[in-house]
Write a new protein. Structure first.
Ligand code: MG
Ligand code: MG
Length: 617
């Protein structure tokens, strides 16, 4: 299908929006009337600008409060339409979006509306224009696409068709099944928008919180399946009203929009792209640090029970291992890790994910218009497929089917064996980002990997609210938590400013015995995050753990949460140069991430933070 987006979805001036839309790969654009009115160019020069960018004007919109009016408003509506049609001829726009009337003056009546649209079709014909009619969820008399279709059917004019908008039907909880009996050639075009599940007024929800399919909770797939069932093969056009989108870079939002459509079409009509990659494991996490920082980081790794197990054959890169966890320290004086380190300071520069087929994962990423990363490959080195992820850090793909599965053997000189398997695997990786990036990265991960998402939750930080969501595969081989702060003063946002951008904020290791693990790291001289007495007093009153267990937790700074299915224990290291920290978790059938304890952890970290980094009021 052909992809389009409405200019109202993006921030910036009209030329900025159009440039972003063309650069993202769209073929068409819906021009919002206000964007024309606010531009100094004539409609003809705007039209030329659109076509010079290789874009087609899919529609001019919106045309409001037209059908079912009494006189004199009815006649005025037709006069208004003629002026718009003349403007559209100058612009070079072929279709107009007429949305259902919200005026208290409108009279209702299916046949009255059909008569009005038939007459409008006759006028539109003279201008060579098509009229598309859309039911707004809050339309005065027409708020259901099935009624809009009945009006279009009775209007029975070649120039009058139906516009289907996923938001307006799904937000009202209307089943999209009836779309299947609409003839494809009567559908003018299709508009798409998703939204997070929210209990609020339809108009407010629509105007401020829409987002791209893949970013929300509406059953957009079912909508698309019904559209495809009709045989429709025309324009798919995003129409997103979202304050954060309009404040963000139009480039990034347009790229997200294109990715969303590629993802959605692949969801409902698979086979065009390689399938979503199924994560099998986190193969490694790579830290970019200076040589001085490396010594300190090695001390932390050893304290956590990791052993030096390899040195890269040609680079200043070492491998630390324990259980199935591999941590890599990169102190190369050049290359991507070095530039990451220069920009971000000590940071996670890459995560290696084992999937079924690494090359196919890269092809999928490129088909989704993600940025592949390529670097010169030295003699005896593997060319490991990679894309740019959060904060510019890399996501590497590795697999067991190719030589990539032998990366340690091929690229590393062994230096010894792990001496502990107390930490068994990576349980989850938490990344911090600004709130306006969160939906972008959700879509990035969801379109690339075979992931499920958890609903967005709010976590209380001493200085504000942190929004948090998780993405994870069905087998829980890879769990990624995304955190974003809406306040400039929370630890999560302070992490962003300290770190100069988004990135990995913490890494959680899984263990089968958290008490032994916590004792071992203390004995090794690593400090854990101190947790206040009050926490344990409250725990005694709240949960059914034995008093001895709570005493042991108190002594070791272990936190606890439980859900219907299980129990969860957590302990945190102190932050490494206030940039990132480690967590050890024991999950006994528990499915979450200890969100309940996050405020306790954040407050404890805030108490330890340097005074200079404390909130500035
Ligand atoms: Mg619409
Ligand atoms: Mg965690």
């Amino acid at each position: 299908m052909k992809y389009s987006i409405a200019t109202v979805s993006l921030g910036g001036t009209l030329p900025e929006k159009l440039a972003a839309i063309a650069a993202a790969g769209f073929e068409g654009v819906e021009i919002f009337e206000a964007d024309v009115l606010a531009n100094e160019g004539t409609p003809a020069t705007i039209g030329a600008m659109v076509r010079d960018l290789g874009l087609e004007i899919v529609a001019f919109q919106p045309f409001r409060d037209f059908e079912g009016m009494p006189e004199p408003q009815r006649s005025r509506g037709f006069e208004r339409a003629k002026r718009k049609f003349a403007l559209m001829n100058e612009l070079g726009a072929g279709s107009i979006l007429v949305c259902s009337n919200v005026s208290p003056l409108s009279l209702g009546g299916i046949d009255r509306a059909a008569d009005d649209l038939r007459e409008l079709g006759g006028i539109a014909e003279g201008f060579g224009i098509n009229v598309g009619f859309e039911a707004l969820a809050w339309g005065r008399h027409v708020s259901d696409y099935r009624d809009a279709w009945e009006i279009v059917r009775r209007a029975d004019h070649d120039r009058v068709g139906l516009i289907l908008d996923s938001w307006h039907m799904l937000a009202r909880g209307l089943a999209p099944d009836a779309i299947r009996s609409i003839p494809a050639d009567r559908i003018t075009f299709v508009q798409l928008a998703d939204a997070p599940a929210m209990d609020m007024d339809l108009l407010q929800w629509s105007r401020h919180f829409r987002n791209f399919p893949g970013q929300g909770d509406l059953p957009v797939n079912a909508f698309m399946e019904a559209v495809i069932a009709t045989g429709y093969d025309g324009w798919l056009s995003h129409e997103i009203f979202n304050d954060r989108f309009r404040m963000a870079s139009p480039r990034r939002i347009a790229e997200d929009g294109e990715r969303s459509l590629i993802w959605l079409e692949d969801q409902v009509r698979p086979g065009g792209l390689p399938p979503r990659a199924t994560p099998e494991a986190v193969e490694w996490i790579e830290f970019a640090v200076s040589e001085t920082e490396a010594a300190e980081l090695e001390r932390v790794f050893r304290g956590l029970g990791f052993a030096l197990t390899g040195r890269h054959r040609s680079k200043q890169v070492t491998r630390y291992s324990q259980g199935a966890v591999n941590l890599v320290i990169n102190t190369e004086p050049e290359g991507l890790a070095h530039s990451q380190q220069l920009v971000h300071g000590a940071s996670v520069a890459a995560v290696g994910i084992r999937v079924g087929d690494a090359k196919a994962a890269l092809r999928r990423a490129e088909d989704l218009r993600m940025t592949a990363f390529r670097q010169p490959v030295g003699p005896g080195e593997l060319d490991i497929p990679a894309v740019r992820g959060v904060g510019g850090a890399l996501v590497y793909f590795t697999d067991a089917r190719s030589d990539l599965g032998r990366v340690w053997e091929i690229e590393f000189e062994p230096t010894g064996a792990p001496h502990s398997d107390r930490l068994t695997r990576i349980d989850h990786i938490a990344q911090s980002m600004s709130p306006d990036e969160m939906l972008s990265w959700r879509l990035f991960y969801l379109s690339l990997f075979d992931f499920e998402t958890t609903p967005l939750i709010d976590v209380v930080d001493p200085a504000g609210i942190v929004e948090s969501m998780a993405l994870q595969d069905a087998d829980r081989n890879l769990r990624i938590c995304l955190n974003a702060s809406t306040s400039g003063r929370t630890l999560s946002s302070r992490f962003l400013s300290e770190y100069f951008g988004a990135g990995v904020q913490h890494i959680a290791f899984a263990t089968g015995d958290i008490f032994a693990a916590a004792r071992a790291i203390r004995e090794a001289g690593l400090e854990t995050l101190p947790i206040p007495e009050n926490y344990y007093d409250d725990l005694e009153a709240r949960v059914t753990l034995e008093p001895e267990v709570i005493d042991a937790m108190r002594a070791l700074g272990i936190l606890y949460d439980e859900d219907g299915e299980g129990r969860y224990f957590q302990v945190y290291t102190r932050a490494f140069q206030e940039r990132f920290f480690f967590e050890i978790v024991q999950r006994d059938g528990y499915g979450g991430f200890g969100a309940q304890n996050a405020p306790i952890r954040l407050a404890a970290q805030a108490r330890l933070a340097r005074p200079a980094a404390m909130p500035r009021l």
